[in-house]
Design a protein around this ligand. Structure first.
Ligand code: KIV
Length: 270
């Protein structure tokens, strides 16, 4: 745990250098206040995930969130994160069509938010986009396995790459991302044995979510690990707080205090 102590800002190079030495911790954040707390807790990297579409906006999938909305979330997070590396998801539809569009989207995120890297979902299909972005000097994090932007193709949020062909494609895609110059890759909801194999076969860090303990790091959606979302309970999720219950309870108490004229009391007025 000594690497980070002397370092002011975690960079993509720091993340790369942690492989095999120290596990990488990553959480999502979407706003200034949470980002400040996550950063103060000593997190290595913050992901401004397009899961904002679910947990912030209440959409069923990540597909509806726009580039402008992602930039707004990213700007707020960057203001709150003094030490962590900030990575921002390129939202659905902003990088798949052609490499120039992908670069334009990534440039907007970097210029307008002040974030440090972008994340894209996919491998071979988006090879040219990844290459174009990296050639422009923008660090890229990959994302393989259960890629939520493809949910309508998958039809289910079940574990991916259990079959040989999909597992082999994932291995090939991880290698491709490494060759293209990605600085790390997220692997979501795949068998732990496959995640181990990939982790051992590439030189860049793997960050798992529902991908077992052998990944070089772990990422969770902050609202899930804090127990703010209460209906989402996948096997891989560890909840560190039960904020849904805590907050609902506090609101109930406030309502009761207002109705009974207990609040405000003499000391709480001018
Ligand atoms: O958007 C997100 O929160 C993510 C994580 C689940 C890795 O991509």
């Amino acid at each position: 745990m000594s690497i980070n102590k002397e370092i002011k800002r975690i960079t993509t190079e720091t993340i790369r250098s942690m492989k095999g030495k120290e596990k990488i911790s990553m959480l999502t954040s979407y706003d200034f206040t949470i980002a400040q707390m996550v950063d103060a807790g000593g997190i290595d990297a913050i992901l401004v995930g397009d899961s904002a579409s679910n947990v912030m906006a209440g959409h069923e999938t990540t597909l509806p969130i726009t580039l402008d909305q992602m930039i707004y979330h990213a700007q707020s997070v960057v203001r709150g994160a003094k030490r962590a590396l900030v990575v921002v998801d390129l939202p659905f539809g902003t990088y798949q069509s052609d490499p120039q569009r992908a670069l334009d989207s990534a440039v907007r995120i970097m210029k307008e938010s002040g974030a440090h890297a972008v994340k894209l979902e996919g491998g071979k299909e988006i090879e040219k986009s990844v290459k174009r972005i990296i050639n422009a000097g923008i660090p890229v994090m990959g994302h393989l396995g259960l890629t939520p932007q493809s949910i309508y193709q998958f039809g289910t949020y079940k574990v991916r790459a259990k079959e040989e062909a999909e597992a082999q494609k994932l291995i090939d895609d991880a290698k491709l991302l490494e060759d293209l110059g990605a600085f790390s890759v997220v692997m979501e909801k795949i068998p732990a044995a496959l995640a181990k194999k990939v982790t051992e076969s590439i030189s860049i860090p793997t960050i798992g979510i529902g991908a077992g303990a052998h990944c070089d790091g772990q990422v969770l959606v902050v609202h899930d690990m804090l127990g703010m979302t209460h209906e989402f309970s996948p096997k891989f999720l560890r909840r560190y707080l039960s904020l849904y219950d805590e907050i609902t309870g506090a609101v109930q108490q406030y309502v009761q205090d207002v109705k009974s004229v207990d609040f405000p009391n003499e000391n709480e007025q001018y």
